[in-house]
Design a protein around this ligand. Structure first.
Ligand code: MIG
Length: 660
């Protein structure tokens, strides 16, 4: 790893195992600075593949599009988008010359990967950055070096590998209890139940709805505990501006909120609670203060959270509304009381997540005052760091489930991420397959999509195809938006078939958790493109819809509606596993192309040559997961199992070689 420093970079703390800066320019491509803009250009070979950029749109091979690192509350993950919620500025060019680059700049970064000129990789940002350059044997070697540089990934508690049910729209205790009872009556495993913004009073962080939850929250939490369910409340970034609300009052008094240019007046944005303040997570005291607020929930025994709206999302701001007001008056005066519909619509829309607002507020950091847009991509990361650091005091010695919507590299040490507001679309099955290896490369191992799709109406078959991927992701959560079709497993006909898929997850947990621990320990990837392992295989290099999971499994999910199977490429001989109502069937297959049937109600995957995967007992809760009797998959003879106690911070890992 080599480091090159340009201008006066903000210290993002993304890299923990750092090196001294090199003199001169990065030894590859052409880098330049003009008008305080840094550019890097590299001419790619026709066969070069570009991997990385974490949670982004488009394929595993990133060539042929332009991507912008700018954390955005973007609920439409269309392929014409350039930014999603996170900024993962690491990529690897694989081909003629194989190298990695990490652009450690927390503002806007543009990656033009053969978009303007098909053979040119062009990177551009303000000229205050650290550029890390990696050389190595291959993609996996470079990825490992990078992961070592950014430090060990977050280890989720083991219960976080259970199935979680979520929906924006559960409001009452009864709503939540009904979910649990429905799962129980159908014997569908359930370990986590998510609480979305409606559990709060007026969307105020660290409050409970006064009528519904405040009076007897402890009993509610205890009821869930008796049913072996962990509640996972959401925390939003914005703090409601309301006199008498203690979080607002304390933040205001102690200057914990982001300020306008005068460094004294609080910036007023607006999100779910209406006018809101943005906690200054880049300020050490403010970060510590906000984190300790999670105590309002941990004191009841809550041990799991998700952080939302932390790009930060801004619906509008006080200043935007003032401006709009002026615009409206202008229209009314000039246009004979006829309001130009399209123009006005655009003016209103422009208030959302506006660059004008992001340039309006400042952070009081230990590196001085910084205008928000220069460090924008660190906001969600710092919010999650705030919680994670506080958990060391609030829940000493214990692991807490924590995942976030927005992130920057470095946050992978504090928590996981989910991939935000996908839709109930078939194309979003492909999207998650494309995202997983890149997200792992950026250090995030605890991750997963909203299964079934968040926005729009799902269908039974789409949910089942989502679950057939989600069975393998550390975060396995079914989540949907208010107003969409309900998508708990029991909302559909023959729910037993859906239940059976979820039960299979629990048989795989010993393996999945072990591979997760290995990936954390060894800085390796949980999900890999085939090309990462089968480097010389030209077909493997081009496959975008199959992934290796850990060192033993290959998955090839069906991602199209009404397709009862699909062509699958085996780069080596493998065992095909079909888990159906009739049990588990194993078939040895030769290397090469096969048409593989993939019935909707089955789980089909592959075990690699000379490998073995231990399946545990079929159980309904994570605490009952065990390997007392093993059903072996594959043609190998042993498996090295990584285990820990699943709950303590820094728990020692035991490694056991299991032989069949
Ligand atoms: O503006 O809390 O991505 O998971 O259900 C929407 C409501 C705010 C966005 C999150 C989604 C969550 C929703 N939130």
């Amino acid at each position: 790893m080599e480091k090159y420093v340009y201008g006066h970079p903000f210290d993002t703390q993304a890299v923990v195992n750092d090196v001294d800066a090199m003199p001169g320019q990065v030894p590859i491509g052409v880098s330049a600075i003009n008008d305080h803009v840094f550019t890097f250009d590299y001419v790619m070979d026709a066969e070069d593949i570009v991997y990385g950029l974490g949670e982004q749109v488009r394929g595993i091979n990133k060539r042929g599009w332009e991507y912008i690192s700018w954390a955005t509350d973007e609920p439409h993950h269309h392929e014409d988008k350039r930014s999603l919620y996170s900024a993962h500025n690491f990529l690897i060019v694989s081909g003629k010359k194989t190298f990695g680059l990490f652009v450690d700049y927390p503002g806007r970064v543009r990656f033009d990967i053969g978009y303007t000129h098909s053979d040119v990789l062009h990177i551009e940002c303000e000229a205050d950055l650290k550029l890390y350059y990696f050389e190595g044997e291959d993609v996996l070697d470079i990825s490992r070096q990078f992961r070592h540089a950014i430090g060990k990934s977050y280890v989720a508690p083991k219960f976080a590998f259970g199935y979680g049910q979520s929906r924006w729209g559960y409001k009452t205790q009864q709503d939540f209890k009904k979910v649990v009872e429905s799962f129980e009556s159908l014997r569908i495993p359930l370990d986590l139940l998510y609480m979305d913004i409606d559990y709060m009073q007026d969307y105020k962080d660290f409050t409970l709805n006064e009528k519904e939850f405040e009076p007897d929250f402890q009993e509610f939490v205890d009821w869930m505990k008796e049913h072996k369910v962990h509640l996972v409340p959401i925390i939003d970034a914005g703090v409601k501006m309301q006199d008498g609300y203690c979080v607002y009052e304390e933040g205001k008094k102690n200057n914990y909120f982001c300020k306008l240019e005068d460094h004294t007046t609080d910036f007023i944005g607006a999100v779910w609670p209406g006018y809101s303040m943005m906690p200054d997570f880049l300020n050490d005291q403010a970060r510590n203060w906000f984190g300790m607020k999670y105590e309002t929930l941990t004191k009841y025994g809550i041990d799991a959270f998700w952080n939302d709206m932390n790009e930060p999302a801004l619906f509008y701001s006080r200043y935007g509304i003032d401006w709009l007001n002026g615009k409206l008056k202008e229209f009314l005066a000039n246009e004979k009381n006829e309001v130009p519909y399209f123009k006005l619509g655009m003016e209103v829309e422009s208030l959302k997540n506006s660059m004008d607002d992001y340039r309006r507020f400042y952070h009081n950091t230990n590196q001085g005052w910084v205008r928000h847009d220069k460090v924008h991509n660190l906001y969600g990361c710092s919010m999650t760091r705030s919680a994670s650091e506080a958990f060391e005091t609030l829940r000493p010695g214990k692991r807490t489930l924590m995942f976030s919507r927005s992130s920057y590299i470095g946050m992978h040490r504090y928590g996981g991420i989910w991939t935000g507001d996908n839709k109930s679309w078939w194309s979003h099955l492909d999207l998650i397959v494309h995202q997983l290896p890149a997200i792992n490369m950026a250090g995030f191992l605890y991750t997963g999509p909203d299964l079934g799709g968040f926005g729009e109406d799902t269908t039974r078959d789409l949910l089942m195809r989502f679950l057939q991927i989600g069975i393998f992701t550390p975060l396995m959560r079914n989540h949907s938006a208010i107003g969409t079709r309900e998508q708990e497993p029991y909302q559909f006909e023959r729910s037993e078939e859906i239940a059976r898929l979820i039960r299979l997850r629990y048989r795989l947990i010993p393996y999945l958790y072990s591979e997760y621990l290995k990936a954390v320990e060894n800085d390796t990837l949980l999900f890999k493109a085939l090309a990462f392992e089968f480097k010389e295989d030209v077909i493997a290099r081009s496959i975008e819809d199959q992934l290796l999971l850990g060192d033993q499994i290959m998955i090839a999910p069906v991602t199209r509606q009404n397709e009862p199977g699909r062509p699958v490429y085996l780069p080596e001989p493998m065992t095909r596993i079909v888990c159906s109502e009739d049990g588990i069937e194993q078939t040895a297959l030769n290397a090469g192309w096969h048409y593989i049937s993939y019935p909707l109600d089955s789980l089909v995957f592959f075990v690699r040559c000379s490998q073995a995967v231990p399946l545990g007992a079929a159980v309904l809760h994570i605490d009952d997961v065990n390997l007392e009797t093993i059903e072996w998959l594959g043609d190998g003879t042993e498996y090295e199992l990584y285990e820990d106690d699943g709950i303590s911070a820094n728990a020692p890992i035991t490694r056991t070689v299991l032989t069949r």
